[in-house]
Write a protein that binds this ligand. Structure first.
Ligand SMILES: Cc1ncc(COP(=O)(O)O)c(C=O)c1O
Length: 222
């Protein structure tokens, strides 16, 4: 790490709070500052090149610095850099993408709803589930069952769905009406000698027991 007080690393330590990072350790070790990307590679400030096997946080599906994306972004930023869809507003790229997503969806879907992140998408799904129960006149049907060890995001609601203790402690999570059930991970969770089929049946049984214990009329989603 470049320890000079005005280095990018030192300024990151001074001014930037990181997600999913041990803040105390970060003060000593500093950040890995990525300067550029090309295809599957990224390069840090010191010129070290890495294969970015996670595509960032799974969000660079077509690779870094893809010229078609750069050109499309420049074209759109020059024409209409931003618009929203509240109050029946729309715009052509949104309509094109919504149509494409609905046509591509592996199960029958009628509409696309756009959000800014996976966490917000899950929060929105939870809101829609509540809306649906209220609209159907079933206000008690609000519980959502999620999986232990599952990852669903970082916001209050999405982090509640996430089934990882470290994401819950210190944040008073999960919120009410979020329940967790067993993890479908045979290698880690199977009992000695339990076959994959027996394991699957046991987990289905766990889920059914939870639904019956909570009251099926209170379960909105799994
Ligand atoms: C399965 C899953 N759900 C939700 C999220 C949260 O998405 P975001 O980080 O865009 O909020 C992630 C992110 O990694 C994810 O992998």
């Amino acid at each position: 790490m470049d320890a000079r007080p005005n280095s990018p690393e030192a300024r990151d330590i001074s001014y930037h709070m990181h997600g999913y990072t041990n803040a105390r350790k970060h003060e000593e070790a500093g950040p890995l500052v990525i300067e550029k990307g090309d295809g599957i590679y990224v390069e840090d400030l010191a010129g070290n090149r890495y294969i970015e096997a996670m595509a960032g946080l799974w969000s660079v599906a077509v690779g870094f610095s893809e010229k078609r994306l750069v050109d499309a972004a420049v074209r759109q930023m020059s024409k209409l850099p931003y618009y929203h869809d509240f109050g029946s507003k729309s715009h052509s790229p949104l309509i094109d993408l919504a149509e494409k997503l609905v046509q591509m969806a592996p199960v029958s879907m009628s509409k696309a709803y756009f959000t800014n992140s996976g966490s917000e998408a899950n929060d929105t799904a939870m809101k829609m589930i509540r809306y649906r129960s209220n609209a159907l006149g079933q206000p008690a049907r609000k519980k959502i069952i999620s999986r232990n060890r599952g990852y669903h995001g970082v916001t209050i609601a999405a982090a509640s769905l996430t089934g990882l203790p470290n994401i819950h402690i210190s944040f008073d999570l999960p919120i009410a009406n979020v329940l967790h059930t067993s993890t479908p991970h045979h290698w880690r969770e199977a009992l000695p000698g339990e076959s994959e089929e027996q394991f699957s049946s046991r987990l289905a049984d766990d889920l059914e027991k939870l639904i019956l214990a909570e009251g099926p009329e209170t379960i909105a989603a799994f």
